[in-house]
Design a protein around this ligand. Structure first.
Ligand code: RP5
Length: 162
């Protein structure tokens, strides 16, 4: 198995349908990843251990998704210098605005690259991670360029009646 360079972490099993969008993109681009449940509130020791070991294990990007009081991405960014991409998971009570605000407003010194709320944000997190890795991986860069070109080519020139 190829070296895992991307860690996808999430606060709960209930986040997986959203975070799977990031995993799907990494699958399409042939990027090896791991997916783990790491909760800032329910498993703080797991969060601590994951962050402490991340750089030493060779992780180059962490995609962290959580909803509500979404402290996981920020806490992970505090614990490791590995770049953290945050995904605000959509919530029932506040539609994910709570998640977004919890993730995006980091204090100076510990950045989280925050994506859009929900599935689009998770997919973009996968693309962002691939883009970061492609800086030092020419084969991946080629695959990512092809993926982007295919998306562009799929957009029709003019609208049609449904
Ligand atoms: C957060 O609480 C998780 O990231 C999830 O989005 C939210 C709800 O979790 P569950 O109650 O569905 O496990 O920690």
């Amino acid at each position: 198995m190829a070296d895992v360079k991307v860690g996808i972490i999430m606060g709960s099993q209930s986040d997986w349908p959203t975070m799977k969008e990031a995993a799907n993109i990494l699958d399409e681009l042939g990027v090896a990843y791991e997916a783990k449940i790491v909760s800032a509130h329910r498993t703080p020791d797991r969060l601590w251990d994951y962050g402490k070991a991340a750089a030493g294990r060779g992780l180059q990007v962490i995609i962290a998704g959580a909803g509500g009081a979404a402290h996981l991405p920020g806490m992970m960014a505090s614990k490791t210098r590995v770049p953290v991409i945050g995904v605000p998971v959509q919530t029932k009570a506040l539609s994910g605005v709570d998640s977004l605000y919890s993730i995006v407003q980091m204090p100076k010194g510990y950045p989280v690259a925050t994506m859009a709320i929900g599935a689009a944000g998770a997919a973009n997190a996968g693309l962002m991670a691939a883009g970061i890795l492609a800086l030092s991986d020419p084969d991946l860069a080629e695959r990512l360029d092809a993926w982007r070109a295919a998306l562009s080519a799929s957009i029709p020139d003019a609208p049609q009646d449904e």
